[in-house]
Design a protein around this ligand. Sequence first.
Ligand SMILES: [Fe+2]
Length: 272
Amino acid sequence: MIIAQISDTHIALDTPDARRRIEDFEDTVADINALDPAPDVVVHTGDIVQNGRPDEYAQAAATLAKLHAPVYVMVGNKDDRPNLREAFSGCEYLSRRSGFVDYAIEDYPVRLIALDTLNPDSKKGDFCEQRFRNLHDLIGSDTSKPVAVFMHHPPFEVTVGPDLRHFDVVETMLRLRRALQQSGRVVVVFSGHVHRSVTGSVGSIPGWVMASIATTLRKGEYPENVRARPIYQIHRFDPQWGFTTESRVVISSPEEPHDGDRSGWSTQDARL
Ligand SMILES: [Fe+2]
């Protein structure tokens, strides 16, 4: 099974780099569509748009609609639950039960569980009592397969960058970590939010964090020929061997070659 993960596209329509963000997203989708073998599924781990606006979601949804593989979306701190639900109203997995964007995808040899860590009042993560109950129910609804958890905010310290922890309340993050570990079913956690590629762990559970698809917001240092090219992750799951993860640099589209000369686009003004 192959999962392509994308994150932090931050689609905006009126920022100086708005066109670049859209092109990064479009190029990534084209690259995923050209993968051979093709991914079974694509997961977007949030911050789909910059301001949660319907017109931004319309742009993002139009790009995602070009993916050949099934795509699942989640909320990040920049997203707006009602507007996201409206933009993706045809997606059955978003229509279920709670007011949160949390769900399980059951169609594969590993279950994919998406968690909603959005706090609309802050850019950091939150996880309330209702979401803990939802997590318990989601994990417990099928104990026959391992679980891969997708959540926007990493549930561990990322010890580079201005913020080490990405939850409002440390105890909430610690409680969530315990819940994931004690489930006995979760084999990996995939996140976004920090806009750089890092790894971490939740006890013995490995955690992967991917860079932002928006190259103008990406953190970290990259070779000159990579700075203008999005990077996404390909997770391969084998029932015997578990997960392996590969980072892929998007190949420039032949119709619109990227020469890497995008002066003025800097990571210094990146905002999570
Ligand atoms: Fe972000």
